[in-house]
Design a binder for this molecule. Sequence first.
Ligand code: ARG
Length: 271
Amino acid sequence: MKKFLALLLALTMVFALVSCGAAQTTKTTAPAKTAEKPAEQTGAEETEGAKETLIMATNATFPPYEYFEGEKMVGIDVEIATAIAEKLGMELEIKNVEFDTIIAGIETGSFTIGMAGMTVTEERLETVNFSDTYAQGVQVVIVKDGSDITSPDDLAGKKIGVQQGTTGDIYATDDFGEENVSKFKNGPDAVQALVSGNVDAVIIDNEPAKSYVAANEGLTILETSYADEDYAIAIAKGNTALLEKINTALEELTADGTIPAIIAKYIPASN
Ligand code: ARG
């Protein structure tokens, strides 16, 4: 009986191998979950009718760039990406992920682009490329009304809240020391910590800061800002053909007024 079972097993394995071989022309040791591999676009655009997918990674806790209105993700980045994808004849797929996983995911090919009010930095440029700049960002300091922190210089020795992996995190850690920086998953969590007195200040981008302050009583943004920066689209180092297409699309969408209109819709000129 044992022998029979062993034979049966051996036969099953042979069949499994054969059918495996038929399905996979190149590798025999490919993992079983081939279907879940991130879509690599090689040749996909040649298939008739099939649109290449632009997989955009973002972190939708960042109004007015990306946030949820009910079930729907909206914002400047969402609309600009939609316009770019349309111009390039691509299908846009947006993935809402933790901010500090975006760059790594671009490197490994899980995401085609990162668009998340993302600041161009020298350090990030070592691992990814950035498109031309499409918006300006400013790192500001949020404190409680009446705080003794009245300018960024007063932050020394204070507890500073930031969104993990952002430039606010990186600069604050550099300037004030790891031990003084509390890292949160997203901006709203950092702001909540400020409201409940667990941190003394939050360093974060200006536009989201305005909405967080508007949504919470007793908070204020310091007049003196902390850093100025440029936002751009991150893309894998090797993907220079798409980078060029995206830059051309950005240029055209700026020239024809599309991008200025999107930005004006979310950031009224009065601000
Ligand atoms: N501009 C900052 C950075 O690039 C913060 C961006 C955070 N974006 C977001 N969608 N949460 O590090």
